[in-house]
Design a binder for this molecule. Structure first.
Ligand SMILES: [Zn+2]
Length: 252
């Protein structure tokens, strides 16, 4: 399945007994949709491409702006004004020509989300707003595709992994709210995004190779100002408007 060049490229991670040739072959067969190519998506897409995930669908509606570049390290100064999805696909192709990258410049909404996640094993959330996460979560629950969530604000970061039918969903944790006026964008620091996206990548790789994702059913919080991690269990909301009708074996 893997070429000699690929076996050499991934040899250091294939030394891990959990990966080996079998796991690497699963990673190569993996398809992940990355929703957002900003601070989280830059690092998420880069590590997943470097690890050899076979197919990455890169979705972002935005174009690169100067004030993105303190954290969105997949893009460079010369990319200002370009589509983030196209800029990302170009850099990732340069990094790993063995992977397939699909650049899609679009908004994510209820009308197109199911098409955007079609055929994918994992939804990698790298968006910057709760409304889009609700859209992704509803498709995750409906189509039973795991949803790996990450968010940052300044020094603070959070991450969790939602497995339809097994864990609470994103909407159990953050109930959908009525649309509100978009607030000012929060402060954003590159290393916080890098750390949260790295946690998301670890769970994404675990999902692809068939290991239990460690953030399933728990919310991982990190503060870059105190350098402390905190883990909170997440309870399923029996009245959750998104997943309450779905059979949930782990619930009482
Ligand atoms: Zn739910």
């Amino acid at each position: 399945m893997l070429t000699t060049e690929e076996t050499r490229r991934y040899s250091r991670q294939m030394q891990l007994p959990e990966i080996g040739l079998k796991g690497q072959t699963k990673i190569a067969a993996g398809r992940v949709v990355i929703a957002g190519l900003g601070g989280l998506g830059s690092i998420g897409a880069y590590y997943l491409a470097a690890a050899g995930v076979g197919h990455l669908r890169l979705v972002d509606r935005d174009r690169v702006a100067l004030d993105n570049l303190n954290r969105q390290i997949l893009h460079a100064s010369a990319d200002i004004g370009r589509s983030k999805a196209a800029s990302a696909a170009e850099k990732l192709t340069r990094l790993n020509p063995h992977c397939r990258f699909e650049a899609i410049e679009t908004d994510i909404g209820y009308g197109n989300v199911e098409a955007l996640i079609e055929g994918c094993n994992v939804i990698f959330d790298a968006t910057d707003n709760r409304a889009t996460r609700q859209v992704l979560n509803s498709a995750s629950v409906k189509k039973r595709v795991p949803f790996v969530y990450g968010g940052i604000s300044g020094w603070e970061g959070t991450a969790s992994t939602f497995i339809p039918g097994q864990t609470p969903c994103f909407s159990c944790l953050f109930p959908p709210m009525a649309e509100t006026v978009e607030a000012e964008p929060p402060p954003a620091l590159g290393p916080t995004a890098g750390l949260v996206a790295s946690l998301q990548c670890l769970d994404t790789l675990r999902l692809l190779i068939g290991l239990v994702p460690r953030l399933a059913g728990r919310l991982q919080q990190f503060s870059g100002s105190t350098m402390e991690f905190r883990t909170l269990p997440i309870d399923r909301n029996p009245h959750c408007p998104v997943c309450s009708r779905l059979q949930c074996p782990s619930s009482p």
